[in-house]
Design a protein around this ligand. Structure first.
Ligand SMILES: *Cc1c(COP(=O)(O)O)cnc(C)c1O
Length: 395
């Protein structure tokens, strides 16, 4: 049995998205910047896609800028706000320790260029505290960037309250909503969001297309110079097929959100309930404030990498840490940020399921994971020491 349980890394392209994009890869190949009517139809379709995406998050079409994905949207939002802050003599940015690397590495770059960056602690439940944010705010804070939902542990932040606090202090607020868009209801006005990043391939559109929402009153600077596309804020011929597919996928995900959530939650709950019967296992973060599909657990005494390889042999695609850090032997910065000791953070498993998964697949995972954990523990010198009482159990 093949089970794809890594939807937080990427998703399959839906039939709706594929059907929507096909004409632009075949017959409707005009460049939206061209003046003849053959291309002008494409221009209109891009405008319609922009309006559809705006409507899904409660924005206006003028506030949507297409990018190459979530990473570029994060980079542009942060660098733009940093530059706007610098003009006013403000060079302090607040974020959290468990952001995606698209955010953390951009902040590192700014730090080297003289910005001061405060990274808030994330508590054991994987949720940032408002008091911590309030204490960190300074006169010279020019940006707060806090992710909507975490990509490794799935925890959701109090975005509306964070936005309200930032607005009361006159500080722009950006959120990386790549894991939330298409999976949770988002209203940028109601939630006091000034900038928001999303990425198509996390909700069944193709890879390489994303969008940045920027509230009208917020200045936006270019990352990519070029033509006058995206109202002069992002040069480069539009990825028309990607844009149209992303709009179709987001529209579908948003219109089916309730049904999808109702389908995913029982699968996730069963997964968690059964896997937590494994002795010395623990959920990372909490399931209380959470995206529907992601479960991240750790199992003491084993290596996450070996677990993944063995699951692969049973046809199960899962992940430990994020796709971007796998391949390196460092434990995930997200798991360390919620206080997991290194040795436990190494033994973690992220299963991220979506509406295309079935209960039969969940049953397969539930059957395989306990066997594999036991097998690995039997081979593990660390587990042996734990069993003999030569080292204390942490979980
Ligand atoms: C996947 C992801 C990104 C990166 O998006 P790309 O479109 O792959 O560049 C950024 N942030 C989060 C939280 C993600 O999950």
């Amino acid at each position: 049995m093949f089970v794809y349980a890594d939807n937080a890394a990427t998703t399959s392209v839906s039939k709706t998205a594929l059907d929507a994009m096909m004409p632009y890869l075949t017959t409707n190949y005009g460049n939206p910047s061209s003046l003849y009517s053959f291309a002008q139809e494409v221009t209109e379709d891009v405008a319609k896609a922009r309006a559809d995406i705006a409507a899904c998050i409660g924005a206006t079409p003028r506030e949507i800028y297409f990018t190459s994905g979530g990473s570029e949207a994060d980079n542009q939002a942060i660098i733009s706000a940093a530059k706007a802050g610098e003009k006013k003599g403000k060079k302090h940015i607040i974020s959290t320790k468990f952001e995606h690397h698209a955010v953390l590495h951009t902040l590192n770059k700014l730090k080297k260029e003289g910005w001061d960056v405060t990274l808030l602690d994330v508590h054991e439940d994987g949720v940032v505290r408002l008091e911590d944010l309030e204490k960190a705010i300074r006169e010279d804070t020019c940006l707060v960037t806090i992710m909507f939902a975490n990509n490794e542990i799935g925890t959701v932040q109090p975005i509306k309250e964070i936005g309200a606090l930032c607005r009361s202090k006159g500080i722009p607020f950006h959120t990386d909503a790549v894991q939330a868009a298409g999976h949770m209801a988002i209203d940028v006005n109601d939630m006091n969001i000034d900038m928001l990043s999303l990425s198509g391939h996390k909700f069944h559109a193709p890879k390489g297309i994303g969008a940045l929402y920027v509230k009208r009153s917020i200045p936006l600077f270019n990352l990519i110079e070029g033509g006058a596309q995206e109202r002069g804020k992002r040069g480069g011929t539009e990825n028309v097929a990607g844009i149209v597919a992303m709009a179709a996928a987001l529209k579908e995900s948003c219109s089916q959100m309730e049904e999808n959530t109702a389908k995913i939650i029982p699968m996730r709950d069963k997964l968690f309930a059964e896997l937590s019967k494994i002795p010395h296992s623990k959920i990372n973060g909490s399931l209380e404030h959470h995206v529907p599909g992601t479960v991240n657990m750790c199992f003491e005494g084993i290596e996450g990498e070996s677990l993944l390889l063995m699951l692969d042999a049973y046809g199960i695609c899962a992940s430990s840490g994020s796709a971007c850090t796998s391949g390196s032997l460092d434990p995930s910065h997200v798991l360390l940020s919620i206080g997991l000791p290194h040795e436990v953070a190494h033994g973690s498993l992220r299963l991220s399921i979506g509406e295309y998964n079935t209960m039969e697949e969940i049953d397969h995972i539930i059957e395989v994971v306990p066997q594999v954990v036991e097998k690995l523990r039997n081979m593990s010198p660390v587990w042996d020491e734990l069993q003999k009482g030569q080292r204390p159990h942490i979980i």
